[in-house]
Design a protein around this ligand. Sequence first.
Ligand SMILES: [Zn+2]
Length: 649
Amino acid sequence: MKLGRNTAAELAAEIMTRPPRSGRSRIVAIDGQSGAGKTTFAAELATALLELGASVDVVHTDDLLDGWDDQFTFWERLQSSVLEPLQSGEAGRYHRYDWIAERFEDEVTIVHIADVVIIEGVSTGRAAMRQRADRTVFLGVPDALAWERLKARDPAEAMPFLRVWKERETRHYAADHTAELADVLITTGRISDMTTPSLSVEELRAAVERELPGVRTDLERLARIPGIAFDGFDFTPLERSAEAVAELLRGCGLDTRIVRIGDGHPAVIGVKPAPPGAPTVLLYAHHDVQPVGDLSLWESDPFEPVERDGRLYGRGCADDKAGVMAHVAALRAFGSGTSDDRLPVGAVVFVEGEEEFGSASLPDLLAEYKETLRSDVIVIADSGNWDIGVPALTTSLRGIVNLFVEVKVLEQAVHSGMAGGAVPDALMVLSRLLTTLHDDAGDVAVDGLVKTGAAPLDYPEDRFREETGMLEGVQLVGTGRIVERLWTKPAISILAIDAPPTSGAPNAVVPTAKAKLSVRLAPGDDRRRAYAIMKAHLEKFASWGAQVEVTFEHDGDPIVIDATGPAYDAARAAFKEAWDGTEPVDIGVGGSIPFIATFKETFPEASVLVTGVEDPYAKAHGPNESLHLGEFAKVCLAEALLLRNVAAL
Ligand SMILES: [Zn+2]
């Protein structure tokens, strides 16, 4: 087998389209079995690069080995004397090993700050090399051919050493998954696969632009299907919306099926395997929507999407059918499923069908399809951005504990003229008890609930008042920055009270009263602990010995995502590009998406990115939900760029 000249030329051209990861030199690592032709290929690649006008230096790691037994210590030398200097923009310098004299030369060999520095034969450093190199190349050849080459190259006396060497090498490559993890795998003298999107940022911009009209049409088609997973609704539309989503994914070339657990609602899973060496990205969204509530509050039919002032109105137009379509848009931008398919990553699209009703079967779905869904990066497109024009990654969400508190004072109602003044009524007791939950400033006054600090973001009070529709003269409650009150401090809301209705209420002392409370937990708190604290507080502070019964409804832990590392950097770079240079911010969400914790627990090794299509005016869950179409275009581009960036990690 002769490595084709074309292969090196193609790879050289591809390398030069990429800026260096750090420093001024692009580092290209070439690895492969002994006898695979690493040195030859390195020379061919160097020639091809020189022909493109690039400056090149080549380092052979054999020159850094300390004799035959050294497949380990050379890595330290390579790292400190070549890689680290180059990455900080300085020339590398090392002592070459003299294989005849069996010692390192005194003379210093310089590694120039070239456009490309080729590291040939990195063997044992491969896993570590992936963190460093701009491109990793693995040459694979059949064992017999490799031996033939070695015999032709080296003297017979070297064969026993080579045999030991190759055994170790093979074991190491297997353990390190070197071949699978390389960016470029060359097995036949041609580049069989390259994980780089051959699409540039500009090409992706154009591709997303090209796809948007079709994406919009499909979004409207999805939004016309009233798939609601709440009890009491007709569930047949959910089947139709799952079908529609499946069809979209099949159109992107994904191996797609509709799945469910027991009598759960249909979820859709579409899979496209990763090119060799490329990561896999899971793209999550949900196709069910919230009920529409009071229809008279809608300005147009919730299930007939309509555009007004650059926004698309309709139930699910934002939450979360636009999330589904952002995934589809990104896949289409790469031509996924077409004859010119340049999707650089593996994709698993997972579209749930009962998120709005609590994702009851999600843990079982994740368990059942764990291997299918396993991925390196998980993108959960069900949140939103900080503002129109300001992208965000959601990195914290509050937890939730919902509970009921019931107070009892009498066996039954008694005449308020006969007993009032001596018998406390249940509503008095309940009212007094509820006032103990907050202090005069409106901060939560229950001892023991966790409070933390939020990112230094300024949420202008005017904007907050407008977004929430607060009435004139009503003051905000709580202290501290608004983002802290919303994201990183606990909140207790009194959701409802069961008591006699005012119309027709008799003159009687009320014997029992019940309230439903919703406690939002700050990141770092624990739902079970918080419930115990609430229960103890309510039992302790009931006045006049009234009987108190606290019962649990449902809960979810708060979530904090440590958004550091390459996947998060890749996402931030994509967002910045899509929003024309605006840096994304890390935001919290006051609400709870408990299923994110389920993803994190199921796939602890994956990076979880919580993104989304909503903006502060989207009114998800409310009447007149809408999607900002200009922002949606940016969301689609950002997701395509994200896939591109993740592929290059
Ligand atoms: Zn949602």
